[in-house]
Ligand binder design. Structure first.
Ligand code: MTE
Length: 310
């Protein structure tokens, strides 16, 4: 898919891009090689030097090097260690891939990943991602507003929340043998959060298709919430009337609430949320309310007690 300037080399240090090409070539080929030795063309969004449309929502911070973005992950289906996803996620079968959107909708749909890619032009959005464990990254995502996808099913008036369900491929996901979470991984957003222009449907990062460990072939990125709200490798989206129970709430409701907005004033029982360490840096930074996106999203929570609705 061809996309328009600015070139990613203007946005991201060139050395990242040089490393990225070889890395992603291998990442993209790995699943293809598993399919009976037939090498499928490595899917690519951008020819060298091309870039996606830049977004006014992008942070102007330097992106975290790709080796960290794709090497230090939480994707519990592949294990709870930070390096487990990079080690095992080549086993995730990402083609064919279909996404089902149903529930309280006028038009339930099943969309193939290739059809989803064609729904809207891709944008590059450089977003901060703040993990509840106290680390953060800056990631140049490629995607388009989540609402473009949600609209395809024509949600009904009674739909107030959206549930996201991740893939469950037990034979390829060594982590799903453990009961650390109830599989498949499930997350939820209020409908107005999911339709907010900052909520991104992500198909790639650093100018290329998503590495499997980052949630290929499609995930979401909700930058004002803790990282776990951004479900990876999504196979189903359901519109529902009541707040869905996420896998994390089910595992530990005292530690994980439905909203999970980045909030330096409300600590997680095990981790302070006042500061964070940017991966690749030593000094800590102060964590910002709503991860620094307050001007855009604070109005979604006007009048709510964010200590109670954590
Ligand atoms: N999605 C699924 N399916 N499984 C997971 O374990 N981990 C979450 C989120 N999405 C997770 C998931 C957590 S805790 C974080 S911090 C982010 O993914 C990490 O995204 P990244 O590895 O692409 O940075």
């Amino acid at each position: 898919m061809r996309i328009t300037p600015p070139r990613p080399s203007e946005i991201t240090p060139p050395e990242h891009y040089a490393r990225r090409r070889e890395f992603l070539r291998r990442a993209a080929l790995a699943p293809a090689l598993m399919l009976g030795g037939t090498v499928l063309p490595a899917p690519s969004f951008a020819a060298p030097g091309d870039g996606a449309r830049a977004s006014p929502y992008s942070s102007d911070e330097t992106p975290t090097p790709l080796k960290h973005v794709a090497g230090y992950n939480n994707f519990y289906e592949f294990g709870t260690g930070k390096e487990d996803p990079a080690r095992h996620a080549h086993r995730l079968v990402v083609r064919p891939w279909q996404l089902r959107i149903d529930g309280l909708v006028k038009k339930p749909v099943t969309l193939d990943i290739d059809a989803i890619r064609k729904l809207a032009p891709l944008e590059e959005r450089i977003y901060r991602l703040r993990c509840v464990e106290g680390w953060s990254m800056v990631i140049p995502w490629l995607g388009f507003p989540l609402d473009v996808l949600l609209r395809q099913a024509e949600p009904l008036g009674g739909a107030k929340y959206v549930e996201f369900v991740s893939a469950l491929q037990p034979e390829n996901m060594p982590g799903t043998g453990s009961r650390v979470l109830n599989w498949p991984y499930r997350e939820g957003l209020r409908l107005d959060e999911a339709r907010h222009p900052l909520a991104l449907l992500v198909l790639g990062l650093y100018g290329e298709v998503l590495p499997n460990q980052n949630g290929a072939p499609l995930r979401i990125a909700v930058p004002w919430k803790y990282g776990f709200k951004s479900a990876k490798s999504i196979v189903a989206i359901r519109f529902v009337e009541h707040a869905p129970l996420s896998s994390w709430m089910e595992a530990n409701p005292r530690e994980y609430g439905f909203y999970s907005n980045v909030n330096p004033e409300v600590d997680h029982p095990r981790w302070s949320q006042a500061t964070e360490r940017r991966i690749g840096e030593f000094r800590k930074r102060r964590t910002l309310m709503f991860n620094g996106y307050g001007a855009q999203v604070a109005s979604l929570y006007a009048g709510m007690d964010l200590r109670r609705h954590y």
